[in-house]
Ligand binder design. Structure first.
Ligand SMILES: C[S@@+](CC[C@H](N)C(=O)[O-])C[C@H]1O[C@@H](n2cnc3c(N)ncnc32)[C@H](O)[C@@H]1O
Length: 266
């Protein structure tokens, strides 16, 4: 098959992964603790048997599941990779990232052609919401905001510690995380540097959701600040992380604040 067909088959691979995660295939196989037939998985998850057989077979083709033959049947089990990254309960789970890509990011990509034609975001078509502000669109309901925060959280489940220890940050005792979201990096930071404390700056509703759902009061070295425009009076930033984002978004807000704190104007 030509390169062209490989290109569009990649899209189908992604959709296969989304469906298997959404239906709970990897969680079911993890909980069952032994290889299962398609009929058993279908019965457990309440789906059509033939549909499940095809999905499991596609997952096996993508090496997301392992197979073995037993008594004329094919039995399926998680691979190390799917157990580690695709089951919800794993400490390194990317389940929420997959869910977000499936339910939100994918919606926007449906309108890529229109975005290129028109040169503007397609939130109105994707989410039914006219918005020039990315975060207004992403946080269009409390539920959506939590899903975005779970996405951020799950990303750092995998590589947060490596990022925090890529440079020695131990000389910095007071650290500000601009656009700190779910606090996932802040947690990794205080874990890696026991002498440090981290203050998370974010939008008021994100800070309150973070407090309620993501950072426990027992994380004693993590503090919060609502909004990104006011810094401590001495304006001394030991270290900062500037969130990425669209033109004029959080990144711009953070850069402006950092310049103010550093006493620079451009
Ligand atoms: C792409 S997310 C990055 C989150 C986090 N740094 C991480 O990597 O997990 C950007 C963050 O900036 C926050 N943000 C956007 N605009 C902001 C503003 N004006 N003031 C404070 N935070 C803002 C968002 O709520 C979000 O948590």
């Amino acid at each position: 098959q030509g390169t062209e067909s490989h290109l569009y088959y990649h899209l189908l691979n992604g959709l296969t992964l989304f469906a298997a995660c959404e239906l709970g295939v990897f969680d079911f196989l993890l909980a069952s603790e032994r290889p299962m037939s398609a009929a058993q998985v279908a019965a457990g998850l309440g789906t059509d048997v033939d549909g499940m057989e095809r999905l499991l077979s596609a997952c096996a083709g993508l090496e997301l599941l392992g197979t073995q033959a037993a008594g004329g049947e094919v039995l399926y089990s998680n691979t190390d990779m799917s157990r580690m990254y695709l089951s919800r309960s794993s400490p390194r789970s990317l389940f929420h990232s997959v869910e977000y890509y499936s339910k939100t990011v994918y919606l926007c990509w449906n309108y890529l052609t229109d975005a290129v034609r028109e040169g503007k975001n397609q939130y109105e078509k994707a989410f039914g919401l006219p918005s020039e502000d990315l975060f207004e669109a992403l946080y269009r309901s409390d539920d959506e905001m939590i899903k975005f925060m779970q996405l951020m959280n799950s990303t750092w489940n995998v590589c947060g510690r490596d990022v925090m220890t890529a440079f020695d940050l131990s000389p910095f005792k007071t650290i500000y995380d601009l656009g700190g979201c779910s606090g996932a990096l802040a947690k990794q930071c205080v874990r890696a540097y026991p002498q440090s404390s981290v203050t998370i700056f974010d939008l008021p509703k994100v800070v309150s959701t973070c407090r309620e759902h993501f950072v426990s009061p027992t994380d004693e070295r993590i503090f919060f600040h609502e909004g990104i425009t006011s810094f401590p009076p001495n304006g001394n930033l030991g270290h900062h992380w500037v969130p990425y984002g669209p033109k004029g978004g959080a990144g711009a807000a953070s850069s402006a604040s950092v310049k103010r704190c550093n006493g620079t104007t451009n």
